[in-house]
Write a protein that binds this ligand. Structure first.
Ligand code: XIL
Length: 374
């Protein structure tokens, strides 16, 4: 196994591997990898984002690894409005139905993502002029999509990214057409269409103090209207060496105090340069060679920092496991990660626990080690 990794990291890898194997002795052979979902089974669920090829099991590496490592999955794109609801009267459920079957087959719960979001909207929805027609689109979309998967998905991200960085409401088409009650309204509709499904608000940077305050106000507003909101998702798109642990801990405590479940829904730690924080998908940066420094592999120092960051995060998650119900990675392996294409196309990024050959990275064993060494 040692030859699978970059040479300089071999010693580190070796010792982590031993720690990892110790964790797996219970139900695997010594050659087999520890399983994240098993190691954290008493703490929180472990999820991954799945793309279309992975849902259709056309990606052999993922087909093997996903059922072994994860007990929840979020569709990376195929339940977003532009895919599932391409025209006013037309829905495309093919891949979403396949995802439900995939989940049943592998005993993986599905986290629906996402009903109401300003990005990846179908063109027809962006062009709707009248408030009444837009409201009809909004209502029909939630009723139809949440209704179809009622009892089939475990949860929905009902509303995604409704806030600005300062905690105010984002000037999205939903806000401009429907006013700031649209969030409560979305939860109300989802609750009726899918009564036994957990319903969440999801955002990035909502661990940052100002945005967090806006997020808390939003959750309280839904609760004050007597509408059910079960949890809040902190996406968790962070940067190596800069994971905001203090803000994350403060957020876990403050959100949990509202009586909602806390989850990390899109975790990745990127290693490439970027001049802004967060995950606004419309944001782009210019490509230069300096922006893509690791095309031939990740230097040991960065690999080590990535592993340390993941370790610190999981130690924090374990400390607050009574408040955290799920940790989902935004992708299975580095090759799949959206961070190879955003905010600059064609980069080589390394943000996840598994490399491009689906092999565990040092960060994987550090994460496993947070359990076995605690
Ligand atoms: C990303 C997907 O990973 C990409 O494939 C797609 O091109 C853009 O969206 N926040 C979210 C996710 O809530 O839906 C986004 O997913 C990443 C940021």
């Amino acid at each position: 196994m040692m030859k699978r990794i970059i040479p300089g990291a071999a010693m580190l890898y070796g010792s982590l591997l031993l720690a990892g194997c110790a964790a797996s002795q219970k139900n695997t052979g010594s050659e087999q990898l520890p399983s994240l979902k098993e190691v954290f089974s008493k703490d929180f669920a472990i999820g991954t984002a799945l793309n279309a090829a992975q849902i259709e099991e056309k990606d052999p590496g993922a087909a093997k690894l996903v059922p072994q490592q994860f007990n929840m999955a979020t569709p990376e794109n195929i339940m977003k409005a532009e895919v599932i609801h391409p025209r006013w009267n037309e829905y495309n459920f093919t891949l979403a139905d396949k995802l439900i079957e995939y989940g049943k087959k592998h005993d993986i719960k599905i986290n629906g993502h996402t009903l109401i979001w300003h990005s990846q909207l179908p063109a027809f929805a962006r062009q709707i002029q009248s408030v009444d027609s837009f409201r009809l689109f909004f209502t029909n979309h939630i009723n139809t999509v949440a209704g179809r998967y009622s009892g089939k998905v475990f949860s929905w991200d009902v509303v995604n990214e409704a806030l600005n960085e300062d905690g105010s409401m984002r000037k999205s088409i939903f806000l401009s057409k429907l006013g700031d009650g649209f969030v409560t309204e979305a939860f109300r509709l989802a609750q009726t269409a899918s009564p036994n499904t957990e319903l969440y608000y999801n955002d990035y940077n909502n661990e940052q103090p100002a945005k967090r305050a806006g997020c808390i106000a939003l959750i309280k507003k839904v609760q004050a209207a007597g509408v059910r909101i079960d949890g809040v998702g902190i996406q968790g798109h962070w940067h190596v060496g800069k994971v905001p642990l203090k803000d994350i801990e403060e957020s876990i405590l403050q959100y949990a105090a509202l009586g909602v479940k806390v989850m990390f829904t899109e975790l990745d730690i990127e290693v490439l340069p970027r001049n802004f924080q967060g995950a606004e998908v419309s944001q782009r940066m210019q490509n230069t060679p300096a922006m893509n420094p690791y095309t031939n592999g990740l230097p040991d120092s960065v690999q080590q920092q990535l592993a340390d960051d993941y370790e610190a995060l999981f130690k924090l998650f374990l400390k607050h496991k009574d408040k955290i119900t799920r940790v989902t990675f935004w992708g299975v392996d580095d090759g799949q990660s959206w961070l190879n294409g955003w905010p600059i196309r064609g980069r080589t990024n390394y943000p996840l626990l598994f490399d491009r050959q689906f092999k565990p990275k040092p960060a994987f064993f550090k994460v496993i080690g947070t359990k076995t060494k605690s």
